[in-house]
Design a protein around this ligand. Structure first.
Ligand code: TA6
Length: 303
């Protein structure tokens, strides 16, 4: 982005001392948000939240130390937006994994400083000839990121065409943890899940979830709260959702993460993905003129 375009972005949407747009190394445009409750960074590419740190706390969102921060490349960490499909495309093997939204440049729509002290950034993804090759349906996609004591993200899909469409999606949040081998995820007990590590076998979660190996699961029919208990950091991350009926839990573990160019040796220990999703049979149908809102909020709770 040219210096003039960046200055224009700051003139239109910047708020002195609160919201500043900069060009990060690698070329991505990033909004840095600071208020009395938290700091955060959001990349315009993918409308991807890169961090959120409540005042007085340690960072809650994780970004890989080896993440590629380059235009058009998926960035390992933060909260990637998987849309309008989650994982591989159902029929087109050549289409990008996790859809098109995470590698597109979104436009800023609005920045609001709210009376409760939090800050909301709204971003919009427009369609063009390239995105229409992947997703031909008339659609408006908006993401609202509310930065405060909570991080709340709303992803709104509006069907502006005259035919219904079906989508899958996820807010693929990477959380920073002290050691993934020590944390406990609560709230999934008794739920059916698809175990992708076991070739898609169907299983039922027995008790709270602890991880001791590669984990890649889609928990189904779950709209409730999830909590990551992290004894090492002496904190709990509380995850609440609306408009989401599946929860994805992912960690590639030692061998896979060592082989990934954007992760590396031992890096898997510091992260855990717990994702608010509509995946597999929890796909969403949006009627003509209709809207679907996927909302997630994260907050820290004391140990
Ligand atoms: O959310 C879990 C998952 O779908 C895994 O299967 C794993 O591949 C991960 O996402 C990361 O996908 P990515 O395309 O970002 O490498």
């Amino acid at each position: 982005m040219s210096t003039e375009a960046l200055a224009e972005l700051n003139a239109r949407f910047g708020i002195r001392g609160r919201v500043t747009f900069t060009q990060a190394a690698g070329g991505l445009i990033v909004a840095a948000v600071r208020n009395a409750q938290a700091t955060a960074r959001i990349a315009l590419q993918g409308a991807q939240v890169l961090d959120w740190t409540p005042a007085g706390a340690r960072p809650v969102i994780w970004v890989s130390p080896a993440a590629m921060q380059a235009p058009g490349k998926p960035l390992r960490g933060g909260v990637p937006v998987c849309w309008p499909w989650f994982g591989p495309h159902a029929t087109e093997a050549g289409f990008p994994a996790h859809g098109l939204a995470r590698t597109q440049c979104w436009e800023m729509a609005q920045v609001q400083q709210l009376s409760d002290g939090s800050t909301t950034l709204s971003l919009r993804l427009s369609q063009d000839a390239n995105t229409r090759l992947l997703w031909p349906h008339d659609t408006e996609l908006l993401l609202l990121a509310n930065i405060g004591r909570h991080l709340r993200i709303d992803l709104l899909t509006r069907n502006t065409g005259d035919e219904a469409f079906t989508l899958t999606q996820a807010l693929h949040s990477y959380f920073a943890v002290s050691d993934v081998r020590e944390v406990v995820v609560r709230g999934l007990e008794g739920l059916p899940y698809i175990d992708k590590v076991a070739g898609g076998a169907r299983r039922v979660q027995s008790g709270p979830l602890t991880l001791s190996d590669e984990t890649d699961r889609i928990y189904l029919d779950h709209g409730g709260e999830c909590v990551i208990d992290d004894p090492g950091l002496r904190r709990r991350i509380v995850i609440r959702r609306q408009g989401s009926r599946s929860t994805v839990v992912w960690n590639p573990w030692a061998e896979k993460s060592a082989a990934m160019a954007d992760m590396g040796e031992g890096v898997y220990r510091g992260m855990l993905c717990v994702e608010a999703a509509n995946a597999a049979e929890d796909a969403v149908v949006v009627a003509p003129g209709g809207e679907h809102r996927l909302q997630v909020s994260y907050r820290l709770a004391a140990w």
